[in-house]
Design a protein around this ligand. Sequence first.
Ligand code: IMP
Length: 430
Amino acid sequence: MNLVVLGAQWGDEGKGKIIDFMSSVADVVVRYQGGNNAGHTVVLGDKKYVLHLIPSGILHEGRSCVIGNGVVIDPGYLLEEMAYLAKNGIGLDGNLHISENAHVIMPYHKLLDRLAEEKSSKKGKIGTTSRGIGPCYTDKAARLGVKMADLLDKATLTEKVKASLEVKNYLITKYYGAKGFEAGQVVKEYLAYGAKLKKYIGNTYVLLQRAAAKNKKILFEGAQGTMLDVDFGTYPYVTSSNPTAGGACTGAGFSPSLIDKVIGVTKAYTTRVGEGPFTTEMPVELNEDFRGRGNEFGATTGRPRRCGWLDMVVLKHAHAVNGFHSLAVTKLDVLSGLNELMVCEAYRYRGKKLYDFPANIGVLRECTPVYRAVKGWKENICDVKTYVKLPGNTKRYIDMITGMSGVPVSMFSVGPDRDQTVITDKGLWK
Ligand code: IMP
């Protein structure tokens, strides 16, 4: 049984918690795209862990955790995260496997990410996490990238860094007026990272194939979300990878024929960080209210998240792209205490109703939400352990999500702790 769990919105859907929950049953947990731009928060007892790169499955003893070829890795950061886990008594040896084909975030990628954002006009800014993600994927596609395998081979690394810096240094110094890099220094630093990571680097797609052949349970954890997908998101206000279900196959080297289920994670409302159109964004006061009640601050950058009502146009778009078997609805408790909730069922564009998510960013900018008002609930639901025990209006809210999206809800969460996740489909792993 192999499952993909991914974000149905703009990331930050609370996937970390759902993935951690599902990892308790999985044998292998795999990251397949993105890098340390992601931030998965998991609360264990009174301790909160925020992981940016290593699959959160590592928090369960004995899980094999794979960083797949589709991920971009900042090795300096990875070593810090490994040290953070080791300090907390979490073992990595024999459990962590890093694809030799994963691309490496180089120091010039991070600098270029920052310089490009700084130079952009307000309208052109993406609001990136400045982790070098976009420039690293750019080099991968341009065939100028450095792979993890190259960190173990001085000659190849030197050749690649020199070739890449020939153009990058010109851009950095002449166009941006910043200080360039010296190839020898970069090679030295990255070979040292390679030496430290060597025992974890290897062929991870064969490892996954073997696990699948032995009927192991493999969990693919998406980072970011469908609306940040470079093909199907709100381009150009997206990340540079494919957080969608297809990305799990290319980003891990895993056949689509072996994937049994795809689970979409959606908040009971919507948030996004960074720039770009956001049709159901709430007015300033309500936005602030939600930020407070939902603690909506980015796990990676600490930036305040923009808050909005649940957008069914987005959710249906995400279902069309990913083919969800079921949904996990998170942060349902955050809606408690509101008299009325808004749910966006269509967009209005120049007097016409749109039910499909527009590909044109200019059209999207002009869209306004067509809301359906639904009744809220007053009750605190943080301790609810079954669907049946939910207040009537909460049940109706969940049922409405299923009715409008055509996707059953297999679990929902009512708070940050592990035991605040309620499974409504007992056959999830079957
Ligand atoms: P990048 O991935 O750093 O290039 O940033 C591109 C866009 O994706 C920006 O709007 C970021 O705020 C957003 N983004 C990247 N990673 C995450 C995430 O894990 N959660 C939410 N938004 C993200």
